[in-house]
Write a protein that binds this ligand. Structure first.
Ligand SMILES: Cc1cc2nc3c(=O)[nH]c(=O)nc-3n(C[C@H](O)[C@H](O)[C@H](O)COP(=O)(O)OP(=O)(O)OC[C@H]3O[C@@H](n4cnc5c(N)ncnc54)[C@H](O)[C@@H]3O)c2cc1C
Length: 542
């Protein structure tokens, strides 16, 4: 995938997508697979905003059953299976325990009913080729059995726990990237670090958008018959800037923080905490504590984790898991994300309680509301349901364009790395080809069936892990040549996960930055600046 700005500025596209998070990337792939000519611009890097800073769950959203959002849960469970099918290397089953402490019969019966419904709504969950992707139904574990499995659950009044299954993303960033790679393979023109500005309009009709290359500051126009705003937490701000008018489609931005800790349990823990819930999620040998839900009203680019966020979040967890080592000194990494939630027009209720605002997505055809003809927005939603949202959006684009297009095929077409039958068989095959390489399993998750292409002509030294993530120089080289990585942060946070387990070792950073300098022609100053700029990811905000 190459960043071809000349092509972006010279071709006339069916659709220009603004935003390269999950929403934009899934639409780009769907539209390109159906034969539309597609352009996509991302102001920063792909999946650098909400699509990276989430809980990494491909889930049905058990808790939405409480609000009786049955159709949202069913849709999410269907899409969970879709993700497991299209990216079996990146989306894997995850067992959860839901412990009860002095809850009593009625609460236990209520949860049992909810979990039974959750199983029923995912009746087709095991229609997947690979048995290692199958998800058992829920069951009850008595206190003794549960504590033998997860001693950290010990606490006053512990009765036992329900076990149920959902799925987890190994790297949400790479699912976005693989969608873009597939879109690119089907003719889409894609660029990161290009920000969309004002719409180009003629007689009220969209003709494209003016954009700016954020590296050079150069502006140019992209011509397109339709424009889709897929700008996540920036969507309403983009719409106002693009049209020069106030938008009726305001978002609620809700901040959620996550803390990465040494692993405290093998199984995910769902903790009923007052009116909400918390997760302790095992992820790649660590535990991810998730998450908070507070309204955020500042500039989305400034969402960050403060020291008091960390302290109060840890204090909450300590209350529910007193036996777990959850000191400030155990925090290895932290990040904040903004949920772009669709306002239902009752601001008072929402500002108090963004936790209970629906995670439903909304497609807006602005032309049908008296706005620019050919402008669409995809607002809100969940990562898990991005593919389904993309299908709805692409249907609307095809209709608007009046084009004959192929039917949607994304539900059944694996992503480029997902083109294999069974994950463990694929790993075994790799181990035969490259015996004794400890980093292979991680690379198999990160690259899937693309691994052989990435390892063409590598030396053994390219396969030595650069840090606890298990990522290697071979992946860095592949990211530079094939995956449009342009900054050090792109490589360590998104093409690999080198920077997601705390600040990488200085020698590893020096090596990666050196490879990038050689590939991209950086000066020594530029290289030093790239290394220094990573520091901000590991600092708390004031
Ligand atoms: C704390 C938290 C936990 C979550 N946990 C889960 C979970 O476990 N499972 C789940 O399914 N969902 C989860 N979600 C929701 C999920 O992450 C989001 O629904 C999804 O990532 C949204 O993707 P997006 O593409 O719409 O937004 P984003 O990923 O934010 O992408 C929007 C992109 O648009 C770009 N952009 C903005 N303005 C412009 C412009 N003018 N020009 C060009 N580009 C522009 C931005 O740079 C950004 O990259 C969670 C969200 C949060 C915040």
């Amino acid at each position: 995938m190459q960043r071809d700005l000349h092509r972006l500025s010279s071709q006339n596209f069916d659709v220009l997508i603004v935003g390269g998070g999950a929403t934009g990337a899934f639409v780009a792939r769907d539209a390109a697979l159906r034969g539309l000519s597609v352009a996509l611009v991302e102001a920063r890097d792909f999946a650098s905003a909400t699509s990276a800073h989430n809980s990494k769950l491909a889930h049905g959203g058990l808790r939405y059953l409480r609000n009786l959002e049955i159709s949202l849960v069913r849709e999410s469970l269907r899409e969970r299976r879709g993700l497991m099918r299209m990216a079996p290397h990146l989306v894997r089953p995850l067992p959860f325990l839901l412990p009860l402490y002095g809850a009593g019969f009625a609460e236990r019966a209520k949860l049992k009913a909810g979990l039974t419904l959750y199983d029923l709504l995912s009746y087709d969950r095991n229609r997947l080729e690979d048995p290692s992707q199958h998800l058992p139904g829920h069951r009850w574990l008595k206190a003794g059995e549960a504590l033998a499995r997860e001693p950290v659950l010990a606490g006053e009044g512990f009765e036992g726990t329900f076990e149920y299954y959902d799925a987890q993303m190994y790297s949400p960033e790479r699912i976005v990237l693989e969608n873009l790679l597939d879109a690119d393979g089907h003719g889409a023109a894609i660029a990161n670090y290009v920000a969309a500005g004002k719409l180009l309009l003629r007689d009220g009709k969209v003709e494209g958008c003016s954009v700016r290359d954020t590296f050079t500051g150069d502006s140019f126009d992209i011509r397109a018959r339709t424009v889709l705003a897929a700008a996540g937490p920036w969507a309403d701000l983009f719409l106002e800037q693009a049209t020069g008018e106030a938008t009726a489609h305001k978002l609620i931005r809700s901040k959620g923080i996550h803390l990465l800790m040494p692993q405290i349990s093998q199984t995910a823990l769902t903790i009923e905490a007052g009116s909400g819930h918390l997760f302790a999620l095992p992820w790649r040998g660590h535990t991810l504590l998730a998450t908070t839900d507070t309204e955020f009203s500042g500039d989305p680019a400034t969402a960050a984790v403060s020291e008091s966020d960390i302290e109060s979040f840890l204090a909450t967890f300590r209350k529910y898991l007193p036996a777990a080592p959850l000191g400030r000194e155990h925090v290895e990494f932290f990040y904040a994300g903004l949920r772009p939630l669709v306002s239902d027009g009752s601001p008072k209720k929402e500002t108090k309680d963004s936790y209970n605002v629906s995670r439903r997505a909304e497609l807006v055809n602005h032309g049908a509301e008296g706005g620019p003809d050919g402008l669409f927005s995809a607002l809100g939603g969940k990562y898990t349901t991005s593919r389904g949202l993309a299908q709805t959006v692409t249907d609307a684009l095809v209709k608007k364009l009046g084009k004959k297009a192929a039917p949607c095929s994304t539900a059944k077409t694996p992503l480029p790395g997902g083109r294999f039958d069974r994950f463990e068989d694929m790993v075994k095959g790799f181990q035969k080809t490259w015996p004794g390489i400890a980093s292979l399993r991680n690379m198999a998750h990160m690259l899937g069936a693309r691994l052989p292409e990435a390892l063409k002509g590598v030396r053994l030294t390219d396969l030595v892990p650069l840090g606890p993530s298990g990522d290697t120089p071979a992946q860095v080289r592949f990211a530079l040549e094939q995956e449009m990585a342009l900054t050090l942060e792109d490589v360590v946070m998104r093409r690999t996960s080198l920077g997601q387990f705390g600040k990488p070792d200085p020698a590893a950073l020096e090596m990666v930055a050196g490879m990038m300098a050689a590939h991209l022609g950086w000066t020594a100053d530029k290289k030093a600046a790239e290394i220094a700029s990573l520091d901000r990811l590991y600092r708390v905000s004031a």
